[in-house]
Write a protein that binds this ligand. Sequence first.
Ligand SMILES: O=C(O)c1ccc(O)c(O)c1
Ligand SMILES: [Mg+2]
Length: 639
Amino acid sequence: MIPSIATVCVSGTLVEKLEAIAAAGFPAVEIFENDLIAFPGSPADVRRICADLGLAIVTCQPFRDFEGMPQARRQRTFDRAERKFDLLEELGCDLLFVCSSVSPEAESGIDRLAADFVELGERAARRGLRVGYEALAWGRHVWDYRDAWEIVRRANQPNVGVVLDSFHILARGLELTSIGRIPRDRIAMVQMADAPLLQLDPLSWSRHWRCLPGQGDLNLSGFMDALAATGYEGVLSLEIFNDRFRAGSARSVALDGHRSLIWLLDETARRLGRPLKGAVPMPPPGPVEAVEFIEFAVSETGRPALEGVLAALGFSRTGRHRSKDVALWSQGDIRIVLNSDAEGFAHSYQITHGTSVCALALRVPDARAATERARALRDVPYAGAIGPGELDIPAVRGLGGSLLYFLDQASALGGWSAVDFEPVAANVAPTGLTHVDHISQSMQYEEMLTWLLFYSSLFETRKTPSQAVIDPGGVVQSQVVESGLEGGTGQGLRLILNGSQSHRTLSARFVHELFGSGVQHIAFATTDIEATVRQLVANGVAMLPIPENYYDDLEARSDLPPEAIDRMKALNILYDRDASGEFRQAYTTLLDGGLFFEIIQRDGYEGYGAANAGIRLAAQARLQPLEAPVFGEAGAAPE
Ligand SMILES: O=C(O)c1ccc(O)c(O)c1
Ligand SMILES: [Mg+2]
């Protein structure tokens, strides 16, 4: 299948849209009619611009309210069609895209509608053009692709086919097997869109909430399987009407779009167990086995403070880099790299963002394969300067310009800590932290779908529906992405992506005051949170104070013994439970740099304490009033 995208998907003027689409590597484009009408030049100019950019024009759509017009209006409708044919010829494309009529004047009757397509097909044939017919989910008489196909079948013109748009079909919950019975040469083109499940009328849902394949909840696999059964090899074009995309960067949305189609074709071919025309060869997605290390960029002057916090959390410096000003800190199965080198990536990152997480290293089954897959998905590879004898750890660009490293145990990469670091004896008593439970990344609201797609296309992942969390400064959308949790060989990866439209939430203030998206908090696991927190407090760690009301409420709504609640209250531990088990969590206060840590004890529980998130955010807001900058000098005045 040939990847394509409609100009309506991205922001900007027509030329900006086309440039972004070409830069993302698309070979073909659908021009949305409004973009052409608003363009201050001729269709021939658009044709030239597209040709220069290497973009084939698939169609200029839609052509509305065509079929079923009463006799008095019918002639005028064909006159309109002839004018549209002129336009298509000028643009150098051959497909008239008709969407089903929404006109209150439109008449029904399947043979009556088929007769309109007989005449339209004959007129198109005289000019060497084709016609495609799409059933809009809110069409007046035709809103089911099976009816559109029956009309096209009865019209019986070789140059008239159906357009299948995944949104209209799946939004209506239509069965999909009938797709497989449409002859492939009668499918004029296919449009792809996903969407989150919402209780909305189809029109509002379609015009504002469509998203890229993999970003929503529709059964695109079922759609693709049925489509593949036809043997269709034509255009697969993204048609996404989405308010976030209209506000976002055209280049980024176009690139995400291409990535989503590459992912969709790969996934479909894998599920079907056979090659699919147009699919890019790449290694299969694998699980993330564990977070191998977390790297902080920190200046020489900022380092003592961060080292102090790590030591108080029970981390020891266990390695000294052989050639750079970099140290390895560890506890249990957690490894933290502090990079203060005066050159290189971490240094530039620190200058821009202050003390912050500049890289995450993920353990995967095969690092080379993960890198190859990232490349095929058009992720951006990164190659840094390697010192003599140092390992060349493969990496791609991640959120906010940070890096995502891939490591495995099968290759030499497994020995990264011994190769790059000279061991130092541990000198701090551990506090019972065992591993990284999860990492939360804050980002612009408009970026959330980008990073959801980034992780979910690259790895074998599971996502849970996005949740709204209430911060005293506004609403934060929170999206969980997990990998490698079931039957894995490590702790897997749990990520929380946070974004908010309000500028006053803690998440948004982090992004704005620290000049970009990034890791805002890291949760470490313990098997005995009370002992751990007691030790942290003794070490001088300031824990986030939780109000008494929380514990009164907990007592009222849970069957926990009062002594247990008193112990949690004394240690500022929050509690949750679900059908699978119990959960306890506590937070440190914010560090300079806006980052904070969480301590977690899971006993079977698989969630993240969403019920407590509002309590935590209110407690943080009390300590960081909205009027004051949150993040101290690190964020306000980067060195
Ligand atoms: O929302 C619309 O009007 C509209 C127009 C053209 C399409 O292809 C479509 O799927 C929807
Ligand atoms: Mg459509």
